[in-house]
Each structure stands twice: as structure tokens, then as C-alpha cells.
Design a protein around this ligand. Structure first.
Ligand SMILES: Cc1cc2nc3c(=O)[nH]c(=O)nc-3n(C[C@H](O)[C@H](O)[C@H](O)COP(=O)(O)OP(=O)(O)OC[C@H]3O[C@@H](n4cnc5c(N)ncnc54)[C@H](O)[C@@H]3O)c2cc1C
Ligand code: FES
Length: 269
């Protein structure tokens, strides 16, 4: 896969929840080439004191407007600075996006029904996968989890795409959907589908590592293929610095180029 280093223009930067934003960039080459689960390594203008780029998964793309969307959570200096950049400011012209980086989702060709599990902002890297599965006629169900209702990301987009029967939500504080962690909803979905004779045969998970570990284990126990997106702190983003290593049964792998998506049964949790 060819990597581009594209100068991108920020065209929207809208709030999407507490400390959550969706940034839209005019980035024609990335929009045309990105595959579900891949990410962009972003140089944020006006941050000359921070030389490292920041990795963000692509949430959506629009081929007509040649734009990509990124859902991001404000967690530190880079994301805080990004959240303050207006599309009308001079800085909006100065973004650099290296991409599309990494190995994205690769459901087995024979997948007949898919379960997607997204915790927090982990809902975003699964959205293009849901679109792709739907385009191929593969039924998909998504389980979303967040600490609170306000922090539940992407629910409306999934409802539009999949319909309400295939969008299930859990919140840690019980303010919406099933109270508690979304792991229990995911396990329940796996067992219910099997009992109904329409089992899931592929699971994709993105979110906090304990969530991915539990869902990968539940899938493995049921003989269901499972992929996970392992986000590591990244420096170079192109496979050269080994700052993003994931321990797997096949040895040390670099999350940036060998992942971020890995076979859940190969990760040494
Ligand atoms: C492949 C990949 C895809 C990602 N996709 C998204 C996305 O779609 N949306 C999103 O909001 N975030 C995503 N992230 C995480 C995002 O890169 C970090 O939140 C961001 O770099 C933080 O930058 P900062 O300058 O604001 O924070 P910093 O000041 O650098 O760090 C602040 C806090 O964030 C933590 N942090 C920094 N980088 C990461 C990381 N890679 N993983 C986990 N914690 C981190 C630090 O440990 C620290 O506690 C992704 C990370 C990777 C590796
Ligand atoms: S970030 Fe440098 S090898 Fe992955």
C-alpha cells in the first residue's frame, strides 16, 4: 500500500460529546485510498514544540467531497490544541496527514454474520467496516459502550446504517442502554445468535485493552474469528522506531505497520 504525505485542510471541527470532536479534512488521496481500520498520522499545525505526529483512525470518508472524518477525544496537549482550531483560521490549511497507514480489518471471505464491538472512541474505526460489510450483503450488529450516555460515540451513524435492531448500547453508569460494561452485551449477542441458529462467525473489537481481551477470549471459546485494533503510543508511524510493539504468538509485531488490526487469538494479552 502506497503511503501519501498529504497536505490537508480542516473543513469542520465539531463537538460530538464531552471532550469528543469530529474533524473533517479535505484530503483527496487519503479519502480515495483508505481502507476500514487504517489510520492517518497527523501533523497538527501550530504545535512546533511537539514534533511527533498523532495517529488517528479514519472514521468515515466521503468520495464526493474528497473528505475524511476523524472522531477524536481530547486527552492531552495535541488533541486539546486540535480541538481549538477553527476551520476559518489560517492554521486550518496547514495539516499534514500521512496515510493510509497500517493493516485494517480483514474479515474472512466466508463471513456470513459479523459482530462489531466498540468501546468509547473505539466505535469510530469500526464504522467503515460496518459500511463495507453492509455493501457486501453481510449482516452486521454493533455493540457500543461508553461511560455515560453523553459519551456514547457514533450511535446515530450506526442507527442510520444498520437500523435499531442491530445497534445495542451499554453505559457504565446506566444512563442509557444496558447498565454496565458492553462486554456482557457482546457475550450475550454471541450466545443469542448461536441459539437462534444464525451465529456470528466474525467479531471485530476496538476500544480499551481489557474490553478487547475479554471479547477476544469469549470469541475464541466459541470458535469465532476475532480481530482487535491494538493502539499503541507511536513515534515514527512507519515501522522504523519499534515504539509501538505488540507481543504476539508469532513474536513482536509493530502496531503501526503490522497492525493496528491483529488476530485476537494471536495477541499475548
Ligand atoms: C492506530 C491508532 C489509532 C487511533 N485512533 C484514534 C481515534 O480515532 N480517536 C482518538 O481520539 N484517538 C485515537 N488514537 C489515540 C490518539 O493517537 C491519542 O489520543 C493522541 O495521540 C493523544 O495526543 P495528545 O497530544 O492529545 O496526548 P498526549 O499528551 O500525547 O498524551 C495524553 C494521554 O493520552 C495517552 N495516549 C497518547 N497516545 C496514546 C495512544 N496511542 N493510545 C492510547 N493512549 C494514548 C497518553 O498515555 C496520555 O495519558 C489512536 C491511536 C492509535 C495508535
Ligand atoms: S511507531 Fe515507529 S515502528 Fe511503529
Amino acid at each position: 500500500m502506497t503511503l501519501f504525505d498529504e497536505r490537508a485542510r480542516l473543513v469542520a471541527n465539531a463537538g460530538a460529546g464531552p471532550n469528543l470532536f469530529v474533524a473533517t479534512f479535505e484530503a483527496p488521496r487519503l479519502a480515495q485510498s483508505v481502507q476500514p481500520g487504517q489510520f492517518a498520522h497527523m501533523q497538527i499545525p501550530g504545535m512546533e514544540s511537539h514534533i511527533l505526529r498523532r495517529p488517528f483512525s479514519v472514521y468515515g470518508r466521503n468520495l464526493a467531497s474528497q473528505t475524511v472524518d476523524i472522531l477524536y477525544q481530547v486527552v492531552g496537549a495535541g488533541t486539546r490544541h486540535l480541538s481549538g482550531i477553527s476551520p476559518r483560521s489560517d492554521l486550518a490549511e496547514g495539516f499534514g496527514l500521512i496515510g493510509p497507514v497500517g493493516r485494517g480489518w480483514s474479515p474472512p471471505a466466508a463471513t456470513s454474520r459479523a459482530l462489531l464491538v466498540g468501546g468509547g472512541v473505539g466505535a469510530a474505526p469500526l464504522f467503515m467496516l460496518a459500511e463495507s460489510l453492509k455493501g457486501q450483503g453481510v449482516p452486521a450488529t454493533v455493540v457500543l459502550g461508553a461511560q455515560t450516555h453523553a459519551a456514547l460515540a457514533c450511535e446515530a451513524a450506526y442507527l442510520d446504517l444498520l437500523g435499531e435492531d442491530d445497534v445495542r448500547c451499554a453505559t457504565d453508569d446506566g444512563s442509557y442502554g444496558r447498565p454496565g460494561f458492553c462486554t456482557s452485551l457482546a457475550t450475550e449477542a454471541l450466545d443469542q445468535a448461536a441459539a437462534e441458529g444464525r451465529p456470528f462467525d466474525y467479531v471485530a473489537v476496538c476500544g480499551p485493552e481489557p474490553l478487547m481481551r475479554i471479547v477476544a477470549q469469549e470469541a475464541r471459546e466459541r470458535g469465532v474469528a476475532c480481530e482487535v485494533s491494538m493502539e499503541r503510543r507511536m513515534a515514527c508511524g512507519v515501522g522504523a522506531c519499534l515504539s509501538c510493539v505488540v507481543e504476539t504468538a508469532l513474536g513482536k509485531k509493530r502496531s503501526c505497520v503490522d497492525g493496528p488490526v491483529f488476530d485476537g487469538s494471536e495477541v499475548l494479552w
